[in-house]
Design a protein around this ligand. Structure first.
Ligand SMILES: *Cc1c(COP(=O)(O)O)cnc(C)c1O
Length: 431
């Protein structure tokens, strides 16, 4: 199986985190997001122990909340001792309402409004990751009004194309995030930040992309950032305390995807950084990363009920579910691949179907050309694997469909972390 929390039992039924997928669908209804809490905690511990081993006690993995943000997730992150990265007042508010400590929140975003800045300052978020010069000035002024000195990192664009999808490539020179090194603008950005009286510049951040498997990408990124930090020391006489290399480690969506050995990759990055900082006669900075997908993706599964099966002879066949692009827009957005499994049957004759949703768009496909039992029929349950990241987080009310609940699975038990939205919830804003 794709991941060891997915099993086909001897009776042909699918189980996830040791529990029957069909029984969970009966109990909570569909469409349904399942999340394996034990797996989330295991993934956090993998990062925490690799960081401790290779970088020492100060190093901190920050969970990128955008991958899946709801209260219970932040409670888990707090319990595990993770930091978090947040990209909006909504994510910050969710984290704080779960009791997550403000000082372990790093606040991102390339378009922070005055209200956003005020919100985050007033709640004492530990660190702003400043994306650009406009934000620098606005943040400095807002901090001055409050008489506070705010810790910041600067987002630098190292100019690395990780050869992944264009839509999720964020490290190249001409992306909308950060300030590029290549054009000389990054040095000016650092100079400007050092001149801001209310800001305390702790170091640099970069994020080169997502679904990175190429072992070289983080090593090249580390080289570029270490080189730039040495230039900053030479030119401006400043030695940074923190280096944040962003997120991006890939996960397996289909059997053909490689498996990333993340602790080994972190070990390689640590070794390279030690060498580079040593050569430049600089102390190794406190090390941060921002894993999102690799913390939650393989902890997730989405379960649907089949509404109809449509066969168009000479063309194709569809399995149409009670979900769709409203709960998983990733295939529509960038052709993301998924493993799709029938939840109650495995053996027998198989056929190829497009797995579709029930939205009013012909492009509402969850996954094309998947193999399912030929006799798949209305009422059957279908599971889509590895949906823990960027599924619930990207869900919408398109066509006024209420969003599915999130059910957590822990030690053989299940509980609701986010209840199912109702039509009344959807209507609640209409005047
Ligand atoms: C998306 C993002 C992450 C998380 O990326 P993953 O691929 O989910 O690990 C981390 N940092 C920043 C700045 C991001 O934009």
């Amino acid at each position: 199986m794709l991941c060891d929390n997915i099993r086909r039992e001897t009776d042909g039924k699918l189980s996830f985190a040791g529990q029957s997928v069909c029984a969970l669908a009966d109990r909570y209804g569909t469409p349904l997001y399942l999340m394996d809490e034990d797996r989330i905690r295991q993934n956090c511990r993998m990062y925490l122990s690799a960081f401790r081993e290779h970088f020492g006690d100060g190093a901190l993995p920050l969970y990128a909340g955008k991958a899946a943000a709801f209260r219970q997730m932040y409670r888990i992150m707090a319990e595990e001792g993770m930091g978090v990265d947040a990209v909006s007042p909504g994510e910050i508010a969710t984290a704080l309402s779960a009791g997550f400590p403000a000082e372990r929140i790093y606040y991102h975003g390339d378009g922070k409004t005055d209200a956003d800045i005020a919100f985050a300052l007033d709640r004492g978020v530990g660190c702003f990751i400043v994306d650009n010069g406009n934000e620098l000035v606005a943040l400095n002024e807002a901090a001055a009004e409050r008489g506070v000195k705010q810790k910041i990192l600067l987002r630098i664009t190292p100019g690395i194309d990780p050869h992944t999808y264009k839509a999720i490539n964020t490290g190249a020179v001409d992306v909308k995030f950060g300030v590029p090194v290549e054009t000389g603008q990054a040095m000016e950005f650092v100079r400007a930040a050092l001149g801001m009286k209310q800001l305390s510049l702790a170091g640099l951040h970069c994020h080169v992309g997502s679904m990175v498997f190429d072992e070289d990408v983080f090593l090249r990124t580390a080289e570029l950032m270490a080189g730039f930090m040495a230039e900053v020391r030479d030119e401006l006489g400043v030695v940074f305390e923190e280096l944040n290399l962003g997120g991006g480690y890939g996960v397996r969506y289909v059997d053909a995807d490689p498996a990333a050995d993340i602790p080994a990759r972190i070990g390689e990055v640590a070794a390279r950084l030690r060498t580079l900082f040593g050569e430049n006669d600089l102390p190794l900075p406190r090390f941060l990363m921002e894993p999102g997908r690799s913390i939650v993706a393989d902890a997730g599964m989405t379960v649907y009920t089949v509404c109809s099966v449509k066969r168009i002879p000479g063309y194709k066949s569809y399995v149409i579910t009670d979900g769709g692009m409203t709960d998983n827009p990733r295939y529509c957005l960038y052709g993301a691949a998924y493993t799709v499994l029938h939840a109650s049957r495995h053996g027998g004759l198989r056929a190829i179907f497009d797995l579709a949703g029930r939205c009013c768009e012909s492009g509402d496909i969850i996954q094309p050309a998947i193999s399912l039992p030929a006799g798949t029929t209305r009422g059957d349950r279908i599971a889509v694997c590895t949906t823990g990241a960027y599924n619930y987080a990207m869900a919408s009310n398109y066509n006024r469909f209420p969003r599915p609940p999130v059910v957590m699975l822990r030690g053989g038990e299940s509980y609701l972390a986010v209840r199912r939205e109702t039509v009344e919830d959807v209507l609640a804003l209409d005047l």
